[in-house]
Design a protein. Structure first.
Length: 514
């Protein structure tokens, strides 16, 4: 049984940050990753880091206060969700975020912005260049420079405890069971459980079971290990989504072709900060059509949702019924159909298909140009349906029934009450396939400000720490850029704390309760 100072479970953003921070503080660190390569959900994100009082804000003359950010961060979620937020922990996190930002810049990462995102009162959203893969590359390279050990294709099956203390892990690697011992402790950084049907059904509701997670490998491993160790799990029913998203292209997004480390990445960051706004908007627009979801306004203005049989199956204007119903269609997919009137409408402000608020807006022709894999635009209905093998006769029947409702001559069989002009005449646009996804789940272990996992009595479990979505501690982090900021900040804090645990007194928990 090999022995290390620190073992980290998961090599996404939070896990790599935890491993690097521990190694920088003198630890012999092992990071274990079940996938063939590191990355996690961070590696497929856009890469925004939202924080106040940053050096980049100061360089642009933006006056900001963390206290103001704490107030603004509470305005993104619905009040019924926001009231469950751990206010003390979120305020602590936001206070630590600018230090993390400087730490990341010190690793050679480059950011553009900050950009505005209402209701943030000033620009706070820093976008990493060229994308979130840069976090993974920079952290992994720095970890290797610190002589850390990263093992992929290694699944952690259980935590090993001795006299109540977590002292290691049992793993499966290449079909063999192995054990690793940790002198200082174990950090859980395994991501969320958005793609674990059992956990979703248990905590969210059985009707959500068939909805996939945006990261197919986010299966709640860290939450499960924490629970087995006696941790208090909170907000397990709070999720970001479900929402419809277009299925991503099988080819690598453009930002994954770009250099993510070394002098080339730093040069690109310097160039990006000096680019005219119209060029940056064009680059960000390409990100928009890769990752963002179609706006509800598409359906409110009369677009309809079809399954592979060419039939409507739900009131398209109602969330989350729309997403639940889509997940129950053949292959879990749907297609959005627009007629000529909607194509013209969603080709100009203020009607857009997707958006990064106050930065860029993507319209029908942006999707046609940048995402031809999911966009069909033609004068005839047959021309847009044929490439997707949707039956023309059935779609015509569907349109006839819908237009009968839209004209006020019948009730909608799916309960839709909002009438808009009927769909008739080209150019027609078919967008899809689209699926219902959970972006992330907000449930995780309760931790203190040293990232120590707490049990149901609020007492630290010796030797066990958590970062990222595994240690979200009841926070609600809606809005762009907060999840990555938390992943990096909590990972840094966990790595620092676990190496300092003996000197500071491991069992002294700093309160995080409201």
């Amino acid at each position: 049984m090999k022995t290390y100072d620190v073992i980290v479970v998961g090599a996404g953003g939070s896990g790599l940050a935890a491993g690097l921070a521990a190694a920088q503080h003198g630890g012999q660190v092992l990071i274990l990753e079940k996938r063939p390569q590191p990355g996690g959900t961070t590696g497929i994100a856009v890469g925004s880091f939202t924080a106040a009082e940053t050096s980049q804000q100061a360089a642009r003359g933006i006056a900001d206060r963390v206290a103001d950010h704490a107030i603004d961060a509470g305005q993104f979620a619905d009040p019924q969700i926001e009231c469950r937020n751990n206010d003390i922990m979120r305020a602590f996190f936001l206070q630590e975020a600018p230090r993390t930002f400087d730490w990341l810049c010190g690793l050679g990462l480059s950011f553009v912005g900050p950009n505005p995102e209402p209701p943030n009162r000033v620009p706070r959203m820093h976008n990493v260049v060229p994308g979130a893969k840069a976090y993974i590359a920079a952290l992994q390279l720095a970890f290797q420079d610190q002589r850390g050990t990263l093992l992929c294709d290694t699944t952690v099956e259980e935590l090993i405890k001795q006299e109540g203390r977590v002292i290691g892990v049992r793993v499966t690697a290449q079909g063999h069971s192995r054990q690793y011992h940790a002198r200082r402790g174990v950090v859980l950084a395994g991501g969320d459980y958005a793609n674990d049907p059992g956990m979703i059904a248990e905590h969210k509701g059985e009707q959500y079971r068939k909805i996939d997670g945006i990261n197919p490998f986010a299966t709640g491993d860290g939450q499960r290990l924490a629970q087995q160790a006696g941790a208090e799990l909170v907000n397990m029913d709070v999720t970001y989504g479900p929402e419809l998203r277009f299925v991503t292209s099988s080819s690598a997004p453009f930002q994954q072709w770009l250099p993510t480390r070394g002098w080339a990445s730093q040069l690109m960051g310097q160039i990006a900060r000096k680019l005219p706004n119209w060029i940056m908007r064009r680059l960000i627009k390409r990100l928009l059509v890769t990752w963002q979801h179609p706006e509800n306004a598409l359906f409110q203005q009369g677009a309809i949702l079809l399954n592979q049989r060419g039939e409507r199956f739900v009131d398209e204007t109602v969330w989350p019924d729309r997403e639940i119903a889509t997940a129950n269609q053949p292959d879990k997919i749907g297609y959005i159909l627009l007629d000529g009137e909607r194509v013209r409408q969603f080709s100009n402000w203020p009607h857009f298909i997707s958006t990064a608020p106050d930065i860029a807006y993507a319209y029908v022709h942006d999707y046609h140009r940048l995402r031809p894999d999911i966009t069909r635009l033609a004068n005839s209905l047959e021309a847009v349906l044929q490439p997707r093998n949707l039956p023309l006769d059935r779609v015509r029947q569907t349109l006839e029934k819908y237009n009968h409702f839209a004209n006020g001559n019948a009730r909608d069989p799916f309960g839709r009450t909002q009438r808009t002009p009927p769909l008739r005449g080209g150019p027609w646009c078919l967008l899809g396939p689209a699926k219902a996804y959970f972006t992330t789940t907000e449930g995780g272990a309760l931790v203190d400000q040293r990232m120590q996992v707490l049990d149901e009595r609020g007492v630290p479990i010796p030797g066990l720490y958590a970062a990222g979505q595994n240690g979200l501690s009841g926070m609600v982090l809606f809005g762009h850029g907060l999840h990555i900021a938390w992943a990096m900040t909590s990972g840094r804090l966990a790595g620092e704390a676990i190496m300092d645990a003996h000197a500071a007194g491991e069992h002294k928990s700093i309160s995080i309760h409201n």
